[in-house]
Write a protein that binds this ligand. Sequence first.
Ligand code: CO
Length: 134
Amino acid sequence: MIGRLNHVAIVVADIAAAVQVYRELLGGQVSAPVDLPEHGVTTVFVTLENTKIELLHPLGENSPIRRFLERNPGGGLHHVCYEVADIAAARDKLVGAGARVLGDGEPRRGAHGKQVLFLQPKDFCGTLIELEQA
Ligand code: CO
């Protein structure tokens, strides 16, 4: 069911410092920061040959990653995103097998304009997984 690794998302405490690390120290191809108010995050993309790294910083009081940063003040690995060919079929198969999808279980428009779902980490080896319609 799962296909390519679309991205790995890392929550960062200081986006300018993270850009410095990925651009200057690691020599990555780093985008300008993009505010996504409807998702409550500021994002920076690091384009790699085979996937992307997404650096995330909270935007606004109700950011979904604010609590994560409170619990992990230095930042940390937040989620991995796998592509699936048919997100509704993937959801139905997982739910049918007893796995839990976060929220109301309906795919919603993600940060890249594609349909996404997040899966309950307790059912997936302790990792928050985002599924994205390829
Ligand atoms: Co993501």
